[in-house]
Design a protein around this ligand. Structure first.
Ligand code: PXG
Ligand code: PLP
Length: 437
């Protein structure tokens, strides 16, 4: 494949454009656990792309399903018309999502799944006569995509500070990261369940009659991997139920096997009122997002609607037939190959490999949960994120893709990963860390 010869016109997302265009990293192919770079090197995919290629790259079954779908039905309008595969997909999702979550709203990304969930929360509260319940509660350091809804409930400063006042009537729980008490915890940290009581503080400030929903990631991903403290999610569930507030789990990263189960809700045994997902839903082959809701939400909307259209919301590409075909083939692969089970099997392997880096230069914390691991380094004197970025680049040169979120290195390999890949990931990243000042 030829190199793209002019990088300038493209405005790249979440990328230092000037630096990238001077020293680009171009990917031209991918198969199974590896990317292929434009200089024809095999790069071990330690991140499943962007936490999304859960079944590994270049899956024939998905490719064939997509090709066949384009031949058969390339597109059909999702408003007022249906096509079979979107119903089939909704049925399949409700089979693997927690009991009672029997309805699915389809979109095209995690950001859209989140926006849909927030809008459904508001419309639902209104439909049952609680029109004053309009406040949305997120959490500091949360990531819920980049729509105005998502950045409003999100808690990552840089994703918010450039974009004005965002949505009104949003508040945040405190985050759960605590290096003093929890550094180098394996799996869930012991300290911090009481931080869920922050919701009581917000209820005292705003009153529950004004709060529609709370949204959190069960395991925070983008902010640098923060597993929930033991008991935290259970407590949050109790408080939401007590105060009649909807609980939304943003599972864009954690759904589809990342923790060895279909959902993090299942893994932790805590059932929210809505789950947002995307990424692994189609193995990232075709963009797709979904908002899965408890039956009582859907039923209330159907029963109390004041117009024939019960929800004034939807996307041109909601339930796109090609995305549905990709999703159905992906779900088949997960099941046939037992990939969630393999993720569960490899979880202790990645835990041990990651924690073996304790004591490595500049490493101040190591965290893990399911098939996710993170290594936090102290920021260098050059500023926050500089060291993380340098290690990411060094690892790329050594043939490893790792994600740097600030100075935290995150690993989330495809669920097809084997012991030798995990070994290679942590051997290489250790060398990369040691070579960076
Ligand atoms: N919610 C969560 C929990 C996510 O992780 C989104 C929503 C948004 O999904 P879309 O498909 O709109 O990107 C995400 C996405 C990173 C990184 O640096 C993570 C995501 C996206 C980009 C970068 O770890 N997750
Ligand atoms: N902007 C305009 C002018 C449109 O007509 C539409 C959809 O019809 C949109 C935005 C929304 O696009 P989408 O449905 O792909 O989110």
């Amino acid at each position: 494949m030829s190199k793209p010869n002019n990088l300038e016109p493209l405005w790249m997302p979440f990328t230092p454009n000037k630096a990238f265009k001077k020293d680009p990293r171009i990917i031209v192919g991918a198969k199974d656990m590896h990317f292929i770079s434009d200089d024809n090197r095999q790069i071990l995919d330690g991140t499943a792309g962007l936490w999304c290629v859960n079944a590994g790259h270049g899956r024939k079954k998905i490719q064939e399903a997509v090709t066949k779908q384009i031949e058969e039905l390339d597109y059909s309008p999702p408003f007022q018309f249906g096509h079979p595969k979107q119903f089939e997909l909704a049925n399949r999702l409700t089979e693997i999502f927690p009991e009672g979550m029997g309805h699915v709203f389809l979109s095209n990304s995690g950001s859209e799944a989140v926006d849909s969930a927030l809008k459904i929360a508001l419309a639902y509260q209104r439909s049952r006569g609680h029109a004053a319940k309009t406040r949305l509660i997120g959490r500091e350091r949360g990531y819920h995509g980049v729509g105005f809804g998502g950045i409003s409930v999100g808690g990552m400063v840089k994703n918010r500070m450039y974009f004005g006042t965002m949505l009104a009537g949003v508040d945040h729980l405190r985050h759960t990261h605590n290096l003093e008490l929890n550094a180098f915890s394996k799996g869930q940290p012991q300290h911090g369940a009481d931080l869920a009581n922050d919701l009581e503080r917000l209820v005292q400030l705003h009153d529950a009659s004004t709060i529609a929903a709370v949204i959190v990631e069960p395991v925070a991903g983008s902010t640098g991997v923060l597993p929930p403290p033991v008991g935290y999610l259970q407590r949050l569930r109790e408080l939401c139920t007590k105060h009649d507030i909807l609980l939304i789990f943003d599972e864009v990263i954690s759904a589809f096997g990342r923790l060895g189960k279909s959902t993090a809700s299942d893994y932790f045994g805590v059932i929210p009122d809505m789950i947002t997902c995307a990424k692994g839903l189609t193995n990232a082959t075709i963009p797709m997002g979904a908002t899965v809701v408890q039956d009582f939400i859907y039923e209330s909307m159907m029963e109390h609607s004041d117009a024939p259209i019960e929800l004034f919301h939807g996307y041109t590409y909601s339930g796109h037939p090609v995305a549905c075909a990709a999703a159905l083939a992906t779900l088949d692969i997960y099941k046939e190959e037992g990939l969630f089970e393999n993720a569960a099997k490899q979880s202790p392997v990645i835990e041990e490999a990651a924690h073996s880096l304790k004591g490595t230069k500049n490493v101040i914390d190591i965290r893990n949960m399911g098939l996710i691991a993170a290594i936090e380094m102290a920021p260098s004197s050059a500023g926050v994120g500089v060291r993380g970025f340098q290690v990411m680049k060094k690892a790329w040169d050594m043939g490893l893709m790792v994600r740097a979120n600030g100075d935290t290195l995150a690993f989330s390999p495809p669920l097809i990963v084997k012991e030798n890949h995990i070994d290679e990931m942590f051997t290489k990243v250790k060398q990369a860390i040691e070579q960076v000042d």
